[in-house]
Each structure stands twice: as structure tokens, then as C-alpha cells.
Design a protein around this ligand. Structure first.
Ligand SMILES: Nc1ncnc2c1ncn2[C@@H]1O[C@H](COP(=O)(O)OP(=O)(O)OP(=O)(O)O)[C@@H](O)[C@H]1O
Ligand SMILES: [Mg+2]
Length: 1088
């Protein structure tokens, strides 16, 4: 395994392979381009850019970078942030549509087997993943994605070049509603290769569906449809190839059936489709022999199945295949005569019927998909064209009057004219149509006439030559020879009327519906030819594409072996040539990468200046200039055309300058939007959190309602859950299961059998309640040190009840089978509500809560002296003075007295008492500077200061991370220190403040008064200062304020990054390194 394979492809510091944008190649020719692609391909980087054009080399193996992780990574990222990827292109397409409110299209080109269809699928699945939407949208998405296996089953086949070759062209539009969720779509299909239905070359197969049916048919289907081995059928056995490596036709059959149902075909229609597929197969088995120069059906037995499956009488089928009704004109009269066919003509008619049935079936399936996803109103769409390429460039500069150096490239127009010019001289298609129009009923001799006429009309064209059987066209990609035999007949593409009539008489409505022609009306006028239909389709497609912003993917096929890592240099070079990559790069370099209509430009960057927001009032051109000025765009970086602004290609300078003008524009725009988006998010989260907390508070409070007096400050406080910050305390977490969630954690006081108070960490998880204490190690190398010890672990189901007094004190007793725990916590209400909930989840029964001013608890067996025996103790509560409980132990009774609290009927108010959130949140980092004295003891280290910090943070809704603030490294921020932090002080420290005071007084001091070890002198690390504030966007990032000084532990150049990524000690999470990200360039190193 090569070293690179040990890394994730996006890991930091991975070797960079070649250049990922070929605009950056120092020398541009076919060799350097091919070499660069090879280098990358061998390192498993199949994607490379030429500016915004994506080159994709077929890897012939599954690469690991198409997971949800990459979907996340590319979402909303700028092109230069991540390595080239089809997801980056797809993201750009989607975002452009949303931002500019313009239709987009992706044009995917490349030869057979180069990966066009796979790329198209990645694009569609990416768009489907990143666009939102509810159930209805999900339904549309399902259909869009499921239309692939369906249309592939019927429209793809194994060829020698590609085991899953698309034998039809497809333009797939996904339509979006205003909110950006896909709510409709449309498929246009072109040029299904009908000839494959009746014949295939060696090594190839018919369309997949046939083999799927033969493998996957049920017993009943086999019988009813006459399904047997492929060798039996003429339409399948000519090529000697029946299977495809790594393809399980049986499974694919069930997928195809599943897809049919997703796109909404009824059970009945599905059966009809399958029956027709079988019918076509059987049609192919009707053979003819010559009798007196006429064709007769060889064996009438073979008529039975097709006529049964197509729902037509056997004799009608027989006669229509061997004779034809012709209209002929004699003088002014027209007359119908029946002409008998020879075997060749009979075979032709049979095959024409088979092809017509199949192609109409295919169109029916496409229609089904379209019907299922069509919508009445179109907003915007993204189209993906999986067909050979169209491209428009250069002319735009001329139209707009832009000065630039034109690049020479092969202009395919000369070939296009040769093929489709109408006049002067007429092109090949026109000549063909003319020959067809004057052709007699039988096409004999027409093909030769065609060849002669072509010689006469275009024989001297430099891209045309002829050979003995036909002609040759010199296309851009190479020479192609065309055999003229059958050209005219095929171009006529008319199904003889009597065949249409035959099918219109089928007993099956499904088949009748495939032949909707009105034969009487169609008789008039020149029949349309295949050539003219194609031309019409192509023109419509071009018109559609012209209305979209185009994006290009060029696929390259590296070999003909279909094996991974196999690089056939000459083949790739050839593709590089005819795909025009060299010209692409040169155009990008010489030209202007970015062009936009003035109005669109103004709209996109309106947010950047006051004058342009929300709309620029005045001349558009001036507005554009104003915006360009606002970012100090250099005069020679852009040009203004008649309607568009052109900005120079930023790629060529991107390695040298961190932010080019164009990126600057984009970046500033993003920043503004991000800022607003964050504000909205914060407000929303706040709103949700407030509601959640209010509900929690009320639920908790209801437990004590009318049972117990309440403390002044406990009613309206918010619940934090983890008051210890167990995330950063592995010494505590060690006792809890790895996947166990901690619902509640707090430092509490535990009373022992003599009513002595000790501190415990109380942890509640969905399964257990833990009490963790600290003890001095008595032996071993750690002797004398204080260590965490699990004192008690109780399954929630084993807790019998909890009892409390009716006064405002914080004491509660957890009763269990063997002995009880007497605890004291100011957060008892929160704890109890969670305990009750979890207990119920475990046992489906309600945990009994008892309220009484005389409580009893069981103590553990063992010990010595007067308290040795097991037995019980009592706590007597009585009304006294003040908010602080006064404890008086006497023998086996503890007397607790406390003043009156809030009435038992108190409930929290619905008021949002968290107004200070933003201020608190922002000022929080310096909070620990004044968080009270630290006495260095183990308990107090975490105990009191943590409580102090957490109490002050209770009002922060992003609560889970808050207690960790205590662990932040001290900040050196001069800036922050000048800010008046007075408002941070808790006005009334309430019970928590009391507890903090008390825990300091608690004896013995945990840590046994050990002197605090002197801090080790640390080697000084380099530091940097933040030039801007940055809000962390992800869990591994670091937030910082302007002027913050950050220590750098290690540093490294990020993969493809434009700046330095610095790894710092985390100020919020122990020693986990964090990235300074997003604003990578916004720090300057100030000390070393
Ligand atoms: N990104 C890819 N990752 C893995 N395999 C791929 C990738 N792209 C293509 N392939 C492999 O190459 C085969 C051919 O790709 P695909 O069908 O997309 O070619 P195509 O350009 O659509 O060809 P055709 O014009 O014949 O339809 C796929 O079936 C798959 O095995
Ligand atoms: Mg394909």
C-alpha cells in the first residue's frame, strides 16, 4: 500500500498531485495536460479543473470520496477551498440557481464509457441531498433518482466499450420551487438506438431489460410469456453474449420493477410493459423463407406467441408481415393495391415493427416519469445533459466589444454545415431528405442515388470523401465512415400504415395507446424523416440550453480495458486533443473568467455597499463601477462590455496573492450574508431554547407543587444539566459507560451515619446514579495522591423512593433496598425531575416522592462504636429563621431548621429571564478572572469555581458547553480586560452563592491541604494575534475575538489552503488541537 493511501484524501498535508487547476500549468500543450492528468489519476485524483470546467477521468473503481462527509464539505464552500470534485461543480450549480435566480445546465461530454452517466448521477444525487423539502419533495426526489435504474434498464446495454452504455441521449431537468426544494422535473430523451432491438454486434447485448426478464421472471411469467434461455431468441442470440461481468440481472429485474412502481406505474401497466418486452422477443423468432420469389412464414408455430402477447390475430400478423397495401396514383386516381414482399422486405417489416414497439414503449416510460413529476408552474431548473457536447465561447467577446487576444481553436461549424446546411450547397441531411421524398414505395436503388447526389453536392468539401460503400466525414474527433445501405429506408422512418392499423387493432388498450396516429390526417403532406426529427429535437435542446447558465464536465476514458490504474497514453492524448482542453486553458488564461450581466452583478453584490443595498438607483453601469471601486478592483482586472462586466481569471494569480479581487468580492459578500444568517440562527435557537427550558422548568416545578416550599432563586433558573463539565474531566467520566449520556452532574453534599458532610460528585445517566468521592492513595507509586473513587452506583430501577421535607431546604433522601443516601443539592428540583423521568423510562412506573418534616433513612451495616449497627436515623425539620438551613446532629437524629420559603403553590413565570444572553455570552471568556478565590484543593478546584462559573452561565442556552469555560486557558487579551465586566456579577448569588461559601468552609479540605504544586515553567510558544473576531463554525474550530493572542502549538499548511492553518491548544476543550479556520489569514504571528 502506497503511503498516500493511509490518509484520507482530504487530510492535511497530503501530497499535492500535479496541479488541480490546469490553468496553473506553466506550459500548456497536449503533453503537459496529459501528464498532469496521469499524475493525478495514478494518485486517485480523478477530478481536475480548467477554471470552472471540470475534467473527470474514469477510475473504473469506487473511490472513497463520495460519502456524506464530502457532501457536507462541499456544501457552500468556495471552489478553491477543497480539491476539485463533481460535488463542487454541483454545489456551484445549485447555489448559482438560488442566488441568481437563473436556470443552470450541466453539459457532460466524453466518449462512450468515459463516465458521463455516472457523473450525471452524482450531480443529481448531490443536488437532491443538499436541497431541503418535506414529504412531497421527497417523493419527487425519489422519482428523480429512481428514474435512473428504470430508464437504464430499457435504454442501456452492454457494448464493447461500456458494460452499461447509454443508448439514448438524455436531458434531465430538476425543477425547484422558490425555496430551493425540488418539486418537479422533466426528462427529454433523444435518439434511442433502435437498431439494437433487432441486432447486436459480437460481444454486445440487447437492452438490459431482456436479460433481466429472462433471469428474473417468476414461474408464472415464464409460462405465460414464453420465457426461456436467451439462446432461443433471434433478437438475443446473434452476438453470443448474454451476461455482463459483475451484473446480476435477476436482482436488477426486481430493482427495475421497484423503480416502475416508484414512478407510479400501476401493477397492470407493469405487467403490460413486461408482456410487450416478451412479445417483441417472440416477434423476432418469426422467420421467412422464399417461395416463388415471395416471403412466407417459415413455421406458423412461431406466430402463436407474438400474436398472443401483442393481442392481434395470428393470420393478420402473418399477412401484414408478408404483404403491404400500397397507394398508387394512376393519372388523377389513387388506388390501393396489395403487394407481396420478398423475404428481405418481410424481415425488414418485422424488425421495423419490433423497433417501433420498443421505442414507443421507451417513450411511454419516459412519459410516465414526466407525468409523475410535472408541475404546472416553472420557477427555476437545473438541467443535466448526458450526451455529446455543445459549447459556446469566444463570440461573446465580439458581441460585447471586449478587447482580447483571440485563441485559435477548431471551429466545428464547418463540419456542422457539411451535415446540416440547408442551401449553398445543401448539406448531407438535406440531400438525404430530398432523395427520400422522391423515393418509390420500395427503397431499391435509393441509397445509390443518395451517394451520387452527395458526390455532386458536397464531393469537394474538405471534410467529405467517399468510398465504395458510402462516404466518410472528417469530424473534429476523427474520421467516420458511413455505409449508405439502408440509409434512405431508415431515414424515412415511417412505419407502414397497415402495420400501424394492425397494432391499433390490438385487444390490449396498453398497446393501442402506443399507436395514437390518425392515419387519415397523416396521409397528407411530406412525411417527416428521421433526420428532420433529430434536427428539430437538437434545435429545441440548444434553445433550452441557451436559456441556462452552462457548466461543463468533460469525461475522459483512460483505457479500453475498463481496469483501474490502466493508462493508455495515446488514447488520453487523443481525447485531450479533441475535447479541446488546450484551447480551453488558453481561453481561460487570456480571457475573462467571470462575466455577468450588469443587473445580475448588481443584484449579487448589492449587500456590499450602502448605495447598492437593497437596489442601486441609477445607471446599471455606474452601479457596477461603484461596486468594483468599493473593493479597489484594479483597472486592468476587468472590462465593461455593452451589457456585461468581465473580470479576469483569478486562478492565474491565486497561488501568489491570497485573495484576488474576484474572490474578495465573493468573500465580502459571504461574510455579510454569514453574519446575517448567524444572527437569524441565534435568534431562532434562542427562541427554541427558551421554549424548551420553560417547559422543563414547569415540569420540574410541578413535582414539588403544593408539596414543598421553594427557594427564592430556584423557580426561574434555567437547567444546565452538567454542572461539572464532565466532558473535560476524564477522571470522572471513567466511571460512566462510554456511550452513556450524562443527564445531570453536580457536586453535592452527602451526609453519613453521623451526619458528617462529605462532598460527592452526583452523576445521573439514563441507567444509573453514581456517587463519586475522593480518597488518598495508600500504596503504590501514587501513594499520597488524591484519586477519584466510585462510592456508589445504583441502577435506577432499584431506587425505591425519594423523600424530602416540606420546607425550602435542599436535603433529599434516595431510598434503596439495602441503605439510603442522604444528599443535599441546590439543584434538587432539576435532579429530581430528571430522575423521575429516567426512572419511568426504565420501569414504566412512577417513582414515589414523599414529603414529610420527619424523615427516616437506613444506614449501611458495619462500622464500629455507637453507630456501628445497621438501623435507621431520623431527620426532623422545623421552621426557623433565614434561608440557610441550620443543622444540629444529636445521636441518631439530625435537626434541621430553616426559615419560610416561597409558598408551596409557587410556579415559575413564563417570562424570559435571559435577556442578558448576548452580553454574557460574549463576555464570558473573562468571567473566571473574577470567579472568586481558588484555594487549590482538589475539591474546590472543580467544586466551587465550577459551580460559580456554571451558575453565572445558566442563562446561556448553548448550555452543554458552558461549564467547560472554567477550563479555558487564561487569556492574554489586553482588549478584553479593559471591558467593564461589572454586569457579569450575579446580583443576588442566592442559594448557589451560599453553597459556594459553604463548600469552602467544609472540613476537611479535600486534597488534605497539600500545597499546590508550583506551575512548571513552560517553553514559550509562538503566538499570534487575531485581526478579526471569528465565530467557530464547527466543533474542531476555535472562536476568537479581535486582538486575542493565541498560542500556537504546531502549525502546518493546510491542503490547498490559501493561508496558514494554525493549531492551537484549545481554550475550551482540554488539549484537543483546534483549527483557526475560515479566516485563516486573519491572524498575524507576533511573537516567537
Ligand atoms: N466516477 C466513477 N467512479 C467509479 N467508476 C466509474 C466512474 N465513472 C465511470 N465509472 C465506471 O465506468 C463505467 C462507464 O461509465 P458511464 O456509464 O458513466 O459512461 P458513459 O460516459 O455514460 O458512457 P456511454 O456514452 O457509453 O453511456 C461505469 O459503469 C462505471 O463502472
Ligand atoms: Mg452513459
Amino acid at each position: 500500500m502506497g503511503s498516500k493511501e493511509r490518509y484520507h484524501w482530504l487530510a492535511q498535508d497530503v501530497k499535492v498531485s500535479g496541479v488541480d487547476d490546469m490553468v496553473l500549468l506553466s506550459k500548456i500543450n497536449e503533453d503537459t495536460i496529459t501528464e498532469n492528468l496521469k499524475k493525478r489519476y495514478m494518485d486517485d485524483y480523478i477530478f481536475t479543473y480548467i477554471g470552472p470546467v471540470l475534467i473527470s477521468v474514469n477510475p473504473f473503481k469506487q473511490l472513497p470520496y463520495f460519502t456524506d462527509r464530502e457532501v457536507d464539505l462541499y456544501q457552500g464552500a468556495a471552489q478553491y477551498e477543497n480539491p476539485p470534485h463533481v460535488y463542487a461543480l454541483a454545489d456551484d450549480v445549485y447555489r448559482n440557481m438560488m442566488i441568481d435566480c437563473e436556470n443552470q445546465c450541466v453539459i457532460i461530454s466524453g466518449e462512450s464509457g468515459a463516465g458521463k452517466t455516472v457523473a450525471a448521477k452524482y450531480i443529481m444525487s448531490y443536488v437532491s441531498k443538499v436541497s431541503g423539502g418535506g414529504d412531497k419533495v421527497q417523493h419527487v426526489k425519489d422519482i428523480i433518482l429512481q428514474s435512473n435504474p428504470l430508464l437504464e434498464a430499457f435504454g442501456n446495454a452492454k457494448t464493447v466499450r461500456n458494460n452499461n452504455s447509454s443508448r439514448f441521449g438524455k436531458y434531465f431537468e430538476i425543477q425547484f420551487g422558490r425555496g430551493g426544494a425540488p418539486d418537479g422535473g422533466k426528462i427529454s430523451n433523444f435518439l434511442l438506438e433502435k437498431s439494437r432491438v433487432v441486432s447486436q454486434n459480437p460481444g454486445e447485448r440487447n437492452f438490459h431489460i431482456y436479460y433481466q426478464l429472462l433471469e428474473g421472471a417468476s414461474g408464472e411469467q415464464r409460462e405465460n410469456l414464453g420465457v426461456t434461455i436467451p439462446d432461443y431468441y433471434n433478437y438475443l442470440n446473434q452476438s453470443g453474449t448474454f451476461t455482463v461481468e459483475d451484473v446480476n440481472d435477476k436482482k436488477e429485474f426486481s430493482d427495475t420493477l421497484g423503480a416502475m412502481s416508484v414512478v407510479g406505474l400501476s401493477m397492470e401497466d407493469r405487467d403490460s410493459v413486461i408482456q410487450l418486452v416478451a412479445g417483441i422477443l417472440h416477434l423476432g423468432n418469426i422467420n421467412f423463407r422464399e417461395e416463388n420469389n415471395f416471403a412466407v412464414v417459415e413455421s406458423a408455430d412461431f406466430l402463436a406467441f407474438p400474436s398472443f402477447l401483442l393481442g392481434i390475430p395470428q393470420d393478420a400478423l402473418c399477412s401484414k408481415l408478408t404483404s403491404r397495401i400500397m397507394d398508387s396514383k394512376w393519372g388523377g386516381k389513387s388506388e390501393s393495391i396489395s403487394v407481396t414482399l420478398n423475404t428481405e422486405q418481410a424481415c425488414f417489416t418485422r424488425d421495423a415493427l419490433a423497433k417501433a414497439l420498443y421505442s414507443r414503449l421507451f417513450d411511454f416510460l419516459v412519459d410516465c416519469v414526466n407525468r409523475a413529476i410535472q408541475k404546472d408552474r416553472e420557477d427555476f431548473n437545473i438541467g443535466v445533459l448526458d450526451i455529446y457536447g455543445f459549447e459556446i465561447f469566444q463570440e461573446e467577446y465580439v458581441q460585447e466589444g471586449i478587447k482580447w487576444t483571440p485563441i485559435e481553436y477548431f471551429n466545428n461549424k464547418v463540419v456542422c454545415d457539411l451535415i446540416e446546411s440547408k442551401l449553398n450547397p445543401p448539406g448531407i441531411m438535406s440531400v438525404l431528405d430530398d432523395v427520400c421524398a422522391t423515393m418509390h414505395a420500395k427503397g431499391d436503388g435509393a441509397d445509390q442515388t443518395l451517394l451520387q447526389k452527395l458526390q455532386g453536392q458536397v464531393g469537394s468539401h474538405q471534410h467529405f470523401s467517399s468510398w465504395n460503400k458510402g462516404f466518410v466525414v472528417h469530424h473534429y474527433a476523427g474520421k467516420v465512415s458511413y455505409d449508405v445501405s439502408g440509409f434512405c429506408e431508415r431515414n424515412r422512418d415511417v412505419l407502414f400504415n397497415d402495420i400501424i392499423e394492425l397494432m391499433q387493432g390490438s385487444e390490449f388498450p396498453f398497446i393501442r395507446a402506443l399507436f395514437p396516429e390518425n392515419l387519415e390526417a397523416d396521409k397528407r403532406g411530406r412525411p417527416t424523416t428521421a433526420g428532420s426529427k433529430i434536427k428539430k429535437q437538437a434545435n429545441t435542446l440548444v434553445q433550452t440550453l441557451m436559456r441556462c447558465t452552462p457548466h461543463y464536465v468533460r469525461c475522459i476514458k483512460p483505457n479500453e480495458t475498463k481496469r483501474p490504474r490502466d493508462w493508455e497514453e495515446s488514447r488520453v492524448r487523443h481525447q485531450v486533443e479533441y475535447l479541446g482542453l488546450r484551447e480551453n486553458i488558453r481561453v481561460r488564461r487570456a480571457g475573462y473568467a467571470y462575466r455577468r450581466l450588469f443587473s445580475k452583478f448588481l443584484q449579487r453584490y448589492a449587500v456590499l455597499t450602502k448605495e447598492t443595498w437593497p437596489t442601486w438607483q441609477g445607471d446599471e453601469r455606474q452601479g457596477v463601477l461603484h461596486l468594483l471601486k468599493s473593493v479597489n478592483m484594479d483597472q486592468d482586472e476587468f472590462q465593461l462590455g455593452k451589457t456585461k462586466v468581465f473580470v479576469k481569471a483569478p486562478e492565474s494569480v491565486r497561488r501568489h496573492a491570497a485573495t484576488t479581487q474576484l474572490f474578495l468580492l465573493e468573500e465580502m459578500r459571504e461574510r455579510k450574508y454569514n453574519g446575517y444568517a448567524r444572527l437569524i440562527q441565534k435568534a431562532w435557537r434562542k427562541h427554541v431554547a427558551v421554549r424548551k427550558y420553560v417547559k422543563m422548568r414547569e415540569e420540574a416545578s410541578d413535582i414539588l407543587l403544593n408539596k414543598k416550599e421553594r427557594r427564592q432563586n430556584s423557580l426561574n433558573r434555567n437547567f444546565v444539566g452538567d454542572y461539572i463539565g464532565t466532558d473535560v474531566h476524564p477522571e470522572i467520566r471513567q466511571f460512566v459507560g462510554r456511550r452513556e449520556r450524562i443527564d445531570f452532574a453536580d457536586v453535592v453534599i452527602k451526609f453519613d451515619r453521623r451526619f458528617r458532610m462529605v462532598k460527592r460528585d452526583l452523576i445521573l445517566t439514563p441507567k444509573f446514579l453514581y456517587l463519586i468521592g475522593r480518597e488518598k492513595v495508600k500504596q503504590g507509586p501514587d501513594k499520597g495522591q488524591i484519586q477519584e473513587v466510585l462510592k456508589r452506583k445504583v441502577e435506577l430501577a432499584n431506587i425505591q423512593s425519594v423523600s424530602l421535607s416540606a420546607l425550602q431546604d435542599d436535603i433529599f433522601i434516595v431510598h434503596q433496598q439495602d441503605y439510603d443516601s442522604v444528599l443535599q443539592s441546590v439543584f434538587k428540583t432539576e435532579f429530581l425531575s430528571l430522575l423521575v423521568k429516567r426512572h419511568h423510562e426504565k420501569t414504566q412506573s412512577n417513582l414515589p416522592l414523599k414529603f414529610n418534616n420527619l424523615l427516616e433513612f437506613k444506614v449501611k451495616k458495619g462500622g464500629w462504636g455507637p453507630f456501628s449497627s445497621s438501623g435507621s436515623r431520623q431527620i426532623q425539620f422545623q421552621l426557623g429563621q433565614g434561608d440557610e438551613a441550620v443543622l444540629k446532629p444529636s445521636g441518631k437524629v439530625l435537626r434541621v431548621s430553616i426559615g419560610p420559603g416561597l409558598p408551596k403553590s409557587s410556579r415559575p413565570t413564563r417570562r424570559d429571564n435571559r435577556k442578558s444572553f448576548y452580553r454574557e455570552n460574549r463576555a464570558a471568556p473573562t468571567a473566571q478572572n473574577d470567579s472568586g478565590p481558588h484555594n487549590g484543593g482538589v475539591g474546590t478546584r472543580r467544586g466551587s469555581s465550577s459551580r460559580g462559573a456554571s451558575l453565572r452561565q445558566q442563562s446561556n442556552m448553548e448550555q452543554p458547553s458552558l461549564p467547560r469555560l472554567q477550563n479555558r486557558h487564561r487569556r492574554n487579551s489586553g482588549h478584553a480586560q479593559h471591558v467593564d465586566m461589572g454586569f457579569m456579577n450575579v446580583p443576588d448569588q442566592g442559594a448557589a452563592g451560599l453553597q459556594r461559601r459553604r463548600s469552602k468552609e467544609l472540613k476537611p479540605v479535600p486534597g488534605a491541604g497539600r500545597p499546590k504544586p508550583a506551575p512548571k515553567s513552560k517553553p514559550r510558544s509562538p503566538q499570534c494575534r487575531a485581526l478579526y473576531a471569528y465565530d467557530a463554525q464547527d466543533t474542531d474550530e476555535l472562536s476568537f475575538n479581535m486582538d486575542d493572542v493565541i498560542e500556537i502549538l504546531t502549525e502546518g499548511l493546510s491542503f490547498r489552503s490559501v493561508g496558514l492553518v494554525v493549531w492551537t491548544p484549545s481554550r475550551t476543550r482540554g488539549n484537543v488541537p483546534r483549527k483557526l479556520r475560515g479566516e485563516d489569514l486573519d491572524v498575524e504571528v507576533i511573537a516567537n
